[in-house]
Design a binder for this molecule. Sequence first.
Ligand code: TRH
Length: 348
Amino acid sequence: MRWDIFCQIVDNYGDAGICWRLARSLTIRYKQEVRLFCDDLPTLNLLASGHPPIAGLEILPWEASHSNARHPLSAPEVVIEAFGCKLPQRYVASLLITTRPPVLINLEYLSAESWVGDYHAKASPQTHGLTKYFFFPGFQTNTGGLLLEPLPPIPPPLQPPHSLATIWQQLRPAAKRISIFCYPAAPLQEWLTDLATLNDQFDILLTFGHASYLDQSLELPRTIQLYYLPFIPQDDYDWLLSQCDFNIVRGEDSFVRAQLAEKPFFWHIYPQTDLAHEVKLKAFLDLYLENASPALISACWQASHWQVPSTWWPQLPRWEAHAKLWRAKLLKEQADGGLAARLLHFVE
Ligand code: TRH
């Protein structure tokens, strides 16, 4: 089938990250034809940089969706608006005059909350005459599932990708590696200062832009070494997660990748003023920690709320074992192929 995916980049990289991953899954894994229309190609290109061209995948500027002379002749079978982005009016008008209107899908945000299953895949007639379906990613079998591809191999390849090769040579073999991808409001300084009280060496891999979260006058002992990463391609970021002993992640894409990397992590969920993020975080932790020991439950809750690492770091070995079990459980529950496969199945 032919798919048009619309991606509007509101802020950060999550929108582009998810759309790029979905487009790759649909084309590479499921041999679909995809046109990805994006209103911020430079950001999308950053994530995709270095990736060889993919048969069946076209990445196009937003305007190409309605200024293209081929329309409406090349109307797709499926149109996806990612995260409620508004389709260009002229594009919608061109869909309405096709003989067979496409399936219109709004791809929603990921949540582990239980209501997701009740709302997933429901239809909503639109004033323009097309019916829109709301597709909710999720952890449970009655949801739209998770984006799995490309699934990180276990064990992951040891050789660093080109973008990380130089930094990788500088890492200390005996040090614990922690990658950090968080929002600016995080109490990163206090967190690192406390980490320095632990009896371990730490190599801290700060993802692009995080240098500005730290005060230049911050002094840390030699046990803690900071490394400032450039913006690296998405596949390289996935690899990084699989090579660290602990990851701090933030939006929904890195959050899922950290789980698939089979490593302990915490989710610095995007803070919302009405505290809706706390409800979302609790729903996830309840699921993630369903069969965990009280000590691990407490450690994960503390970590997720940026409590100083000295309070929960001793639980790391237990957490490592848990991360392995969790990935296995996820993959079992998403054995149908997860989000891309469920989308395909739904449309068919
Ligand atoms: O960028 P994000 O914070 O996006 C978020 C989410 O969309 C979230 O749901 C939304 O509420 C918020 O924005 C406003 O984080 P996320 O979703 O983890 O996406 C980051 C993407 O960037 C992911 O695909 C990984 C990729 N990435 C790279 O490719 N290279 C890098 O160097 C880094 C740090 C990330």
